[in-house]
Design a protein around this ligand. Structure first.
Ligand code: MN
Length: 202
């Protein structure tokens, strides 16, 4: 799939790749099924970033309250700039002074199926997305519905009613760790300090 050159302009303009360890967006995707990833990000304010692959990039939403397995919990999701496909593997600490400074972990990842007949990009354009997630934590149907607030930037993200819905589990509390490094967001934020302490001991 060819990545439109213009789509990552905003992503690139916000970042200094000589200073941040985040991906540059110059590599192209290889895997077959569309992927999703949820980053937990302790920036100035704590949030989760939900990203869905579409046309070679990751369409992205920042969700302050994060995901829930309970269909009754509909959480605000703010659409943000497209991220490069390689961002799916990014975990680390964005340095002080850089855009989004703070630790990032891969809270969940996997593949998804578009539940609608239209292409995902068309669904996003129409403001109504329904996907079946096959993640390590999140499973089943999830929806993103655009609201009319704040120039159409605000969406609602929620679990759809199906056999994977679960009103009893607090998934964020029960499964807080990165599916890659098994660090919590607190561990990820502390890591650089611990390294300095270790070095002093030697
Ligand atoms: Mn973020």
């Amino acid at each position: 799939m060819v990545v439109k050159k213009t789509t990552l302009k905003k992503y690139k303009s916000k970042r200094d790749f000589t200073k941040t360890p985040e991906p540059t967006g110059n590599n192209i995707k290889k895997s077959k099924d569309p992927i999703f990833v949820i980053h937990e990000h302790q920036a100035r304010s704590h949030h989760f970033d939900f990203r869905l692959e579409s046309e070679g990039v990751l369409k992205s939403w920042a969700i302050p309250k994060g995901p829930s397995t309970n269909p009754a919990e509909k959480h605000l999701a703010i659409q943000v700039e497209d991220h490069p496909y390689e961002y799916k593997s990014f975990e680390g600490v964005i340095p002080e002074g850089q855009y989004g400074a703070g630790p990032v972990i891969i809270w969940d990842s996997g593949t998804f199926k578009n539940l609608k007949d239209d292409s995902l990009s068309k669904c996003i354009e129409n403001g109504s997305v329904a996907v079946w997630l096959k993640g390590k934590k999140l499973k089943g149907g999830y929806a993103l519905i655009r609201t009319k607030f704040r120039e159409n930037k605000d969406w609602l993200f929620f679990k759809m009613k199906d056999e994977k819905a679960d009103i009893k589990t607090d998934i964020q509390k029960e499964k807080p760790k990165s599916v890659v490094s098994h660090k919590t967001i607190e561990d990820a934020g502390r890591a650089p300090l611990e390294k300095k302490v270790e070095r002093k001991k030697k």
